[in-house]
Design a protein around this ligand. Structure first.
Ligand code: SF4
Length: 465
């Protein structure tokens, strides 16, 4: 296997193993290295010609030679620090724990492996680094490290999530427990139990932090923010969404970053802070475009159109509204006629002053009627006038709810996919690394509902055509 210049291969007895040393930066006279090796006997997974296997990573510091280096080496050995022999014959002292959420990914194609292909397969990876023409290091992901969640018993989402929490606790898997508690928090929130949701999500947050699981922490924070939105606590919601955004920048998870920006946009929209809402939606839109997530792009076009409608800026409403309608039509959204009608109403009533502020991103209900009693903390709030007959912007918000609410599609008796198609979709989700057991972490949807909808898509195109 061809390795990049500077990467050293360690001689190992087991020919089923590959161990390489990656040179890092120099620090004074010391030099950093990383030792990466596949886990002996671990399975190799293969999908569409891209192979992967679990690996581990150790950081080590090569000591300067000479008297001082020898003295330091002796002192460290007596202090119990692990020492490694580098392929160049020098010694290096291990620093920190062995990292286990690591994969080696490769192909046996004649063509070099492209980074975009690796990134597409592990979109939430913390680091993707080329080691050779056909070999990559991927960190921040697990490869079938744990068995998939069990088959869920019949019941409500709250009951099913509680079952997953119980299962995770019995299996002693703390990361799974944090994810299952997050599912339970989301299910409680959707069952209109935001106070209980907050309590459960705080438990999930404590475990995620204890496990230093940044991705789960970010998922929890997004949902905790939504629970605070439901409790009309804008200050806490803003704190959660901003922290979620900070974390996604650390983890490099662009799907989660897109969600954090969207959450921020919805919150600012509810606060009637149009400038910040539009700025956050813009950021989310750029990410949705880069990730080729057309459904989210369409939603964001419409969300921006609502902001411009509230500002009375007809030209932008027209442009964005048309873009949203064109995309939703292309995707086959059965409720797109509601957008067409709302846009037509806006045209007829373009000069109307907005009467409501924002909407609840969970339920789609206008928040403006309740906004006067929000605990907004440090966020500036504008008192909301009393309810008036629906204006063009409020009709646009209702249309937004109609095109985005999966529960409403099902409730309205819309056509669903054939049972065999849903079964295949759910089978794919069941073994997907982005599935929590109930939800898709990349889009936040409950997969049993999402998989029923003919116009819905897997965000990374894993579902069979
Ligand atoms: S929709 Fe299902 S298969 Fe696609 S990313 Fe989400 S969990 Fe995975």
């Amino acid at each position: 296997m061809n390795l990049l210049a500077g990467i050293e291969r360690e001689a190992v007895v087991d020919d089923g193993r590959i161990v390489v040393w990656l040179p890092g930066p120099c620090e004074g006279k010391a030099r950093w290295w990383e030792r990466v090796g596949n886990v002996a006997g671990a399975p190799v997974s293969e999908r569409e010609g891209l192979c992967a296997t679990p690996a581990t990573l150790i950081r080590a510091r090569q000591q300067p030679r000479g008297l001082l280096g020898k003295a330091l080496s002796w002192w460290r050995q007596s202090a119990g620090a692990a020492e490694w022999l580098l392929p160049n014959g020098a010694k290096a002292e291990q620093v920190g724990e062995r990292v286990t959420d690591v994969l080696l990914a490769w192909t046996e194609d004649s063509e070099p492996l492209q980074e975009s292909r690796v990134r597409e397969r592990w979109p939430t990876a913390q680091r993707i680094q080329r080691l050779g023409s056909h070999l990559f290091l991927v960190t921040g992901v697990q490869l079938a490290a744990a068995p998939p969640p069990p088959k869920l018993p019949p019941g409500t989402p709250v009951e099913q999530a509680a079952y997953l929490v119980d299962w995770a606790r019995k299996s002693g898997d703390r990361r799974r427990e944090a994810t299952a508690l997050t599912d339970l928090g989301v299910a409680l929130l959707r069952a209109n139990e935001p106070t209980k949701a907050v309590a459960v999500l705080h438990d999930a947050l404590a475990i995620a932090r204890d496990q230093q699981d940044l991705q789960t922490e970010s998922d929890v924070l997004g949902n905790l923010g939504l629970a605070h939105v439901a409790l009309k606590d804008a200050g806490r919601a803003l704190e959660c969404f901003q922290r979620q955004l900070d974390l996604t920048r650390d983890t490099g998870d662009h799907y989660e970053e897109k969600m954090a920006q969207t959450n921020l946009g919805h919150l600012y929209a509810a606060l009637r802070d149009h400038a910040n809402a539009l700025a956050a939606y813009d950021q989310a839109l750029a990410l949705a475009e880069a990730l080729a997530d057309e459904n989210h792009q369409a939603e964001l076009f419409w969300a921006q159109a609502i902001q411009y409608a509230e500002l009375g800026r007809s030209a932008e409403v027209e442009t964005l509204g048309r873009q949203a309608i064109a995309l939703f039509t292309k995707l086959g959204n059965p409720q797109v006629h509601q957008l067409v009608e709302a846009l037509e109403k806006f045209r007829q009533d373009a000069a109307q002053v907005p009467s409501l502020a924002g909407f609840d991103p969970q339920t789609g209900q206008p928040l403006g009627l309740l906004f006067g009693s929000w605990n907004v903390g440090t966020v500036a709030a504008t008192p909301i006038p009393a309810a008036t007959p629906p204006s063009a912007p409020s009709l646009m918000r209702m249309a937004y709810t109609a095109v985005t609410s999966l529960a409403k599609f099902v409730g309205a008796g819309m056509t669903t996919v054939a049972p065999a198609v849903q079964h295949k979709r759910l089978q794919t989700c069941a073994v997907c690394e982005h599935h929590t057991g109930l939800r898709c972490k990349l889009c936040g949807c409950f997969t049993h509902l999402k998989s029923l909808m003919p116009h819905e898509r897997c965000p990374i195109a894993k579902w069979p055509a």
